[in-house]
Design a protein. Structure first.
Length: 350
């Protein structure tokens, strides 16, 4: 079975072709175009700018994905695919509409059914690409720019949303703190690079909700603490000269921030593992590309729960991409009636 997938929920425009043989899911092509450079200039995503770029790129990206997979050129003759998967939520309404309406048009043109996919499940199912024999039940930690969630997957259809952030998501915390430090958007990768040379014990930052009895998170207090540190210690990293002359302090602060976030994510995930006793731990979302988080979760599972298998996708499959949307689509039923499919910006898990 071959699936063409389209992803346009935030600032990326992605198209991918994946094939499934038995329980092996393989990527034939995975193309991504991003307007991040435009957003780095403004320090964040401007929805209107993102959607306009996506309108420009969606057809070339789909053409490239199908061309690479099958040497196919866009025309009214259908490519050798069985379904078109598309992200229908959650995300920015203008961005989602670009992908959903394009998928519907291609579905009508080629008479090929659509599979609407929830972006957040895409992050979880990215682990099923090349991942043979992943066993359920699983606990999934989804850490992205907009979400920090703990999910219990009893089976592919029985799902419980057991924890979430009450304010900022983990990726959002990296990005907002990065902004305070004068770092470009998105700041997660830069903070993680600077942290390599830093001492994570240098700044005593809080671990919000680490000991709470539920599986929820809170990261906005961490941002406030960093702001207080900057003010009281007169650290003005937004000033370029100051930042250049105080690189070690900046690295130390980045290491301390990263350690605090990783610490809370690891502790809460282990708490969920202890209660639900899954066979597998699945990690996904942009923050799953963070090396410190990977190392922390991997060593905690190895030490405390050696019988549990942990999966974290390759870096390029952690951040938004269309391959992960196809990966989940293989577990869903295609829909013939395209009129029932609409963009759903506020879509939740269940
Ligand atoms: O999943 P994603 O690509 O988009 C959303 O669905 O939100 O996640 C983007 C988020 C951003 O907040 C970015 O700063 C963060 O993932 N991120 C990282 C790293 N790479 C991306 N955070 C920490 N360390 C990284 N290496
Ligand atoms: Zn995402």
């Amino acid at each position: 079975m071959n699936i063409l997938a389209i992803e346009s929920s935030c600032d990326e425009t992605g198209a991918a072709v994946l094939t499934q043989h038995g329980d092996q899911i393989t990527i034939l092509s995975n193309i991504i175009s991003t307007s991040l450079e435009l957003h780095a200039k403004t320090g964040g995503i401007i929805p209107e700018v993102a959607a306009r770029e996506q309108v420009k790129f969606i057809i070339p990206v789909i053409q490239e994905a199908l061309g690479k997979a099958f040497s196919y050129t866009l025309s009214s003759t259908p490519p050798p695919i069985d379904a078109i998967a598309v992200t229908y939520g959650p995300g920015l309404i203008g961005s989602l509409l670009v992908g959903v309406e394009t998928a519907k048009t291609l579905s009508l043109l080629w008479n090929i059914p659509i599979i609407p996919v929830n972006h957040m499940y895409g992050h979880i199912y990215a682990n099923f690409i090349h991942g043979k024999g992943i066993e359920l039940p699983a606990i999934a930690l989804v850490v992205s720019g907009g979400h920090t969630d703990l999910i219990f997957l009893k089976s592919h259809t029985e799902i419980e949303h057991i924890g979430q952030t009450r304010d900022d998501a983990a990726g959002e915390a990296f990005d907002k703190i990065g902004r305070l430090l004068g770092l470009p958007y998105p700041a997660g990768p830069t903070i993680s690079k600077l942290a390599i040379n830093g001492d994570h014990t240098s700044f005593n930052l809080p671990r919000p909700m680490i000991g709470s009895h539920d599986f929820d998170f809170s990261f906005s207090g961490l941002k406030t603490s960093v702001l207080n540190v900057l003010k009281t210690q007169k650290l003005d990293f937004a000033n370029e000269d100051f930042a250049i002359n105080n690189q070690q302090v900046l690295s130390d602060l980045c290491a301390s921030v990263q350690y605090a976030i990783v610490n809370v994510l690891t502790r809460k995930t282990l708490k969920a593992v202890e209660k639900y006793r899954p066979k597998t731990l699945l990690v996904g979302g942009g923050v799953a590309a963070n090396t410190a988080l990977k190392e922390s979760l991997t060593s905690a599972i190895k030490n405390d729960w050696p019988e549990i298998v942990i999966h974290i996708p390759d870096r390029s499959l952690c951040t938004d991409n269309a391959a992960m949307i196809a990966a989940h689509a293989f577990f869903l039923t295609p829909q013939k009636d395209i009129n029932t499919i609409t963009a759903a910006p506020g879509l939740s898990y269940i």
